[in-house]
Design a binder for this molecule. Structure first.
Ligand SMILES: Cc1cc2nc3c(=O)[nH]c(=O)nc-3n(C[C@H](O)[C@H](O)[C@H](O)COP(=O)(O)OP(=O)(O)OC[C@H]3O[C@@H](n4cnc5c(N)ncnc54)[C@H](O)[C@@H]3O)c2cc1C
Length: 390
């Protein structure tokens, strides 16, 4: 029987779940509180007036930076998306800085697939394409769920906005959002889920975006010469965790002589500065970036800067042990018609049931795009199996 499903959250997990259910013949409506789809796969586009150049368009991927594909099914989807022009490999020069050390080339990690992928021309584009044939209501925050049982015993769900007005009614609901946000919606119907969700650890992340003149590292600055050409740098034991030249990614070209930087603070620095106003966080991170890159960066003009705070950037593993029935890549209560999916569940599932494609070293870094895909896909598969469509 054809079902109607409301998917709340248009990140990758929600998009994959919605697309899989839609492809199986069901009616799917997606609700998204932000003004566009993508969730943490997001790109900020600005245009700024620069003397001699006019209006210069710039993009900053201020959420996820790139992704890898380990699972064979995900590899197949990524290959298909590449054929469709939705993703491209990022053949970048990556580096690493430990503490006060110098920049070193990042040696390939044998536990990881070599290829790093980005969606093109921006991060949400792949998600836009997945959701293309469906009804997607953006600027629409789901504030509460109500479940009703008809005289015939059929369950139906209503999603309400903050004023209590009905947004949509359906046979089943998928909560495809970070755990703390899902907990609020599912608590009346699945208190055990809500209890685990409210305690799920998530690291926050301040991200700095800046358009600058080109950095010219002086030949005499021998400790920093690698910075002249590197595309991205991971930092350990440092207030910053990631520095990237966003315009070096595929399809993100920039006017000559300018650079577009995306810089992430470490979880520790972010936590210590969580309540800073965005303008102050931007200034503080600009200072850290200038110190890191040395004299060349101290002189350079910053034409545009902004800071974005992610309260829920990447998930860790749950503090309390999960019961066996919750060690799943998605939580689906088929009888109720209620489900949760998201990167955090995909990540925990891979970590708890580590597969050859996901060795421990690859799991130490928090939840990622592939985990979101895995969870969204598994969520749809579980619903389809319950509806006799496995
Ligand atoms: C700064 C940063 C850097 C990262 N770097 C990487 C990286 O380099 N590589 C990598 O693989 N991963 C990275 N990640 C993690 C990756 O982005 C996530 O794992 C993945 O995008 C999560 O997808 P999701 O669908 O589970 O959740 P989300 O993308 O968070 O989607 C959830 C959606 O639900 C919406 N929503 C929430 N509540 C409601 C509501 N009540 N009503 C309606 N809509 C709602 C949100 O607006 C959001 O769009 C990074 C994340 C961040 C923040």
């Amino acid at each position: 029987m054809r079902k109607k499903i409301i998917v709340i959250g248009a990140g990758l997990a929600g998009a994959v779940c919605a697309q899989t259910l839609h492809a199986a013949g069901h009616q799917v409506v997606v609700l998204e509180k932000a003004r566009g789809v993508g969730g943490r796969m997001s790109t900020r586009r600005i245009s700024t007036e620069l003397s001699g150049l006019g209006l210069v368009p710039v993009t900053f991927d201020h959420g996820a930076q790139y992704f890898r594909a380990r699972h064979p099914e995900f590899q197949r989807r990524v290959a298909l998306a590449q054929q469709q022009g939705l993703v491209a490999p990022w053949a970048a020069r990556h580096g690493k800085v430990e503490g006060a050390g110098n920049l070193e080339p990042l040696t390939p990690d044998n536990t990881e697939p070599a290829a790093r992928w980005v969606a093109v021309p921006d991060m949400p584009n792949w998600i836009r394409s997945l959701l293309n044939p469906m009804t997607v209501r953006v600027n629409t925050r789901a504030a509460a769920l109500t479940m009703e049982r008809s005289a015939a015993g059929e369950l139906s769900w209503t999603v309400q906005d903050e004023q209590g007005a009905t947004l949509e009614t359906a046979d089943a609901v998928v909560l495809a959002m970070p755990p703390a946000q899902a907990a609020v919606l599912c608590a009346p119907y699945q208190p055990t889920w809500a209890n685990h969700l409210t305690q799920w650890p998530m690291d926050p992340c301040w991200t700095w975006m800046a358009l600058t003149d080109e950095i010219k590292i002086a030949p005499s600055d021998i400790h920093r010469k690698g910075w002249a050409s590197v595309d991205s740098v991971q930092l350990l034991d440092h207030p910053l965790a990631w520095v990237a030249r966003n315009h070096h990614k595929p399809s993100r070209q920039l006017a000559k002589g300018k650079e577009a930087w995306v810089v992430q603070a470490s979880p520790a620095w972010t936590t210590a500065h969580l309540d800073l106003p965005a303008a102050e966080a931007a200034s503080a991170m600009q200072g850290l970036w200038r110190d890191l890159l040395g004299p060349a960066a101290r002189e350079v003009t910053v034409h545009y800067q902004a800071a974005h705070r992610w309260l829920y950037a990447r998930a860790g593993l749950p503090a309390a042990a999960l019961p066996a029935e919750l060690q799943q890549a998605a939580w689906v209560d088929e009888k109720l018609g209620l489900a949760c999916c998201g990167d955090y569940l995909g990540y925990a599932h891979l970590a708890l049931h580590a597969q050859p494609e996901a060795p421990p070293a690859a799991l130490a870094r928090g939840s990622r795009i592939e985990d979101a895909w895995w969870s969204g896909w598994q969520c749809a598969q579980q619903y389809l199996a319950a509806w006799g469509q496995a």
